[in-house]
Design a protein around this ligand. Structure first.
Ligand SMILES: [Zn+2]
Length: 284
């Protein structure tokens, strides 16, 4: 064998290996299965081996859920400010905006699912962990007020790792009360409000608009709760069940109405929107 053996063997395409894009393969964080990213995307980013639901961006979520070309974004320019002049916050915001192409951690707009019109919000975990600052709360509430004015049902996909965005201090915490008041307005005006909890939905978001839906769905295996598992174990000194704070656990405890696999989500939402539309037609 020539010097260098296998590693020096000339390649057919002029001695240069074909470039391999870094995102050609995706590894499942749960079972380690390595899938072709393209195949995984065709499978709605659900691991073919263990059923793990990979995180989605807000745009991916919307594209998978609504009728083609039916999404019309609103309030795209509502961005968080840096009211406290918190060290490095402005730079972090700018980096998150550049990385995601979003102004903040949620996208809202008009859409249709199987022809049923609605207002929809999708949170984006890739934008600072989906944390809730002033812009996120404002966008959610503006959408809810629009839903009341235009008598449209609301569907919100949540995704949030750390609750309120600490860099905005009280301005962030206030969004819990503000978004809860938004939901109260929907309830008072009899506008249907459906929440889909995706992995993870925690802390201030869970303790406000995410847990207040008329109907609460969740994706399989999603982590859902207020304080994390470690806080429970250490501070309460109790042994928690293995599936503590999963979507399935929350369904058993009555906090989630139904765990719905991603492949069935669009159909389930269409069914619910259809029933609600029928109900409304009877009432009028
Ligand atoms: Zn897997």
């Amino acid at each position: 064998m020539a010097r260098g053996g296998w590693f020096r063997r000339p390649l057919r395409n002029g001695n240069r290996p074909a470039p391999v894009p870094g995102d050609l393969w995706t590894k499942c964080p749960r079972c380690g299965e390595i899938s072709f990213t393209r195949d995984l995307e065709r499978n709605l980013k659900v691991c073919p081996k263990c059923g793990y639901h990979h995180k989605l961006t807000a745009r991916e979520r919307i594209q998978m859920t609504v009728d083609p070309d039916s999404f019309e974004e609103i309030d795209a320019g509502v961005c968080s400010l840096d009211p406290l002049g918190f060290p490095e916050y402005a730079e972090k915001l700018m980096r998150a905006q550049q990385a995601t192409g979003l102004c903040d951690a949620i996208v809202t707009g008009y859409a249709r699912i199987e022809g049923y019109p609605l207002l929809l919000a999708a949170a984006d975990f890739a934008f600072m962990g989906g944390s809730m600052g002033g812009a996120l709360g404002e966008k959610v509430v503006r959408m809810m007020e629009r839903a009341v004015r235009e008598r449209l049902p609301v569907v919100v996909f949540t995704a949030n790792g750390g609750g309120a965005r600490m860099q905005e201090g009280l301005f962030s915490l206030m969004q819990m009360a503000k978004t809860s008041a938004g939901v109260a307005l929907l309830h008072r005006e009899a506008v249907p409000y459906i929440v889909v909890l995706t992995d993870p939905t925690m802390a201030g978001v869970y303790a406000s608009f995410a847990s207040l839906g008329d109907i609460i769905l969740a994706e399989p295996g999603a982590t859902i709760g207020f304080a994390g598992r470690r806080v429970g174990n250490q501070d309460l000194g109790v042994k928690l069940p293995d599936d503590f704070q999963t979507a399935e656990f929350q369904q058993r405890c009555g906090m989630v109405d139904r765990v719905v696999p991603r492949r069935e989500m669009r159909g389930t939402l269409a069914l619910l929107l259809g029933l609600l539309a029928e109900e409304r037609a009877h009432a009028e």
